[in-house]
Design a protein around this ligand. Sequence first.
Ligand code: AN0
Ligand code: CP
Length: 317
Amino acid sequence: MRNFLSVNDVESVESIVKEALELKKDRYKFCELGRNKTLMMIFFNSSLRTRLSTQKAAMNLGMNVMVLDVNAGAWKLETERGVIMDGDKPEHLLEAIPVMASYCDVIAVRAFANFESKEDDYSEKIISQFVKHSGKPVISMEAATRHPLQSLADLITIEEYKDKPKPKVVMTWAPHPRALPQAVPNSFVEWLNATDYDFVITHPKGYDLAPEFVGDARVEYDQDVALEGADFVYAKNWSAYEGDNYGKVLSTDMSWSVTSEKMALTNNAYFMHCLPVRRNMIVSDDVIESDRSIVIPEAANREISAQIVLKKIVENL
Ligand code: AN0
Ligand code: CP
């Protein structure tokens, strides 16, 4: 594997999930593989899970790790070419990228959508510059439109908990006070579409995701209908994608919250969320604390998804 930016960088979703589950049985088996190889993790945005799980995954492989929070202690970066840099940003991304790349073998980047320009976000303006100018393999730790390490961990988790070959998986929008990116849902849809599970997306009207991600997935605007018979409920908020509403919060309709009444419509479904989650907005206390909530094992599998990806990239260095 060269880069890990989307499901398209994986030869077969089924095999990588299998390999990940195999790796999980003995995560220290390849502790010599990454000797004298350095992973640099660059964060333009906050993180708890991605930071810790990716670092742990690299350590399991014997790699060295460097972490840089661009907004805490580094020079503020200009990202536009052609700007007269007489403002508050002393350094340009076009120098910063090759400099950072010169100290490492693999670069992982977190750079969320900033909602200033849909075109910039959906062309992955930041992470694509890392691919272009670093000369090193690049791993997305959530870019503007996708969060593939999360989706892979989600699929590993579903594979571990499912009790039938083709479970019904329902991804539901849920209310949130602030505008969130579409990266997690886009990516989840893209990865689920590569499985043969029974997959349904449900959200209020106005929250349709980009058609290139939705593909042939079934969209049901009635949440109660969608949840019927679900084996897995995957909750997530996202802001609007379509037209001039891009990046806007159109609804905080609390009737879309995942409560025990909603879970009662399902086939005793497992509850999933990528975290961080706002309790009693997205999901009620009792649902997230119930024995059907698998948010903690889901987060724990972030170590495994990062490790299988790093392993494949390091093997190819
Ligand atoms: C981010 C998002 O929704 O994309 C990161 C989730 C992994 N969430 C927040 O910013 C709260
Ligand atoms: N799920 C996830 O990516 O969490 P962090 O934002 O804490 O990394």
